[in-house]
Design a protein. Structure first.
Length: 134
């Protein structure tokens, strides 16, 4: 599948996730922590992708090593941004990060966030950070 096809699928998924969160009552005007997931069996390639994600303005967590069911090893990290749950912002970030993953021959494994609503637990220390996508 070409990168352009993968981007189109990701854009559709972005819309579905945002619609589902909002339909479940998650706050539309809240600042969300968005974690974009990357993985590779090659640590050096993954490390270069992490450096480039940082240069794009993302917070990057330390890579973790995980054992796969088949006994193999994979390395993972998240590129993190805090912004509104906005499809256009997510599409822009996904496009940049998927191009970065393609450049470094690592896998972009989608993104995740947490429900924010009246019935969600909040962390008082979770202050919004500056993000390139306001």
């Amino acid at each position: 599948m070409s990168l352009q096809q993968e981007l189109q699928e990701q854009f559709e998924e972005n819309r579905e996730i945002v619609e589902a969160l909002l339909a479940d009552g998650s706050e539309a005007d809240a600042i969300y922590t968005i974690e974009h997931h990357f993985c590779s069996t090659n640590f050096d390639k993954l490390e270069k992708a992490a450096v480039d994600a940082f240069k794009l303005g993302f917070e990057v967590n330390d890579a973790e090593e995980m054992e796969l069911e088949d006994g193999g090893t994979i390395f993972c990290f998240d590129a993190i941004a805090k912004h509104l749950l906005n499809v256009e912002i997510l599409d822009q970030a996904c496009e940049q990060l998927m191009q970065l993953a393609d450049k470094h021959h690592v896998e972009y494994d989608g993104w995740g966030t947490y429900y924010i609503g009246d019935d969600a637990e909040r962390d008082e220390d979770d202050e919004p950070a500056e993000s390139p996508w306001h």
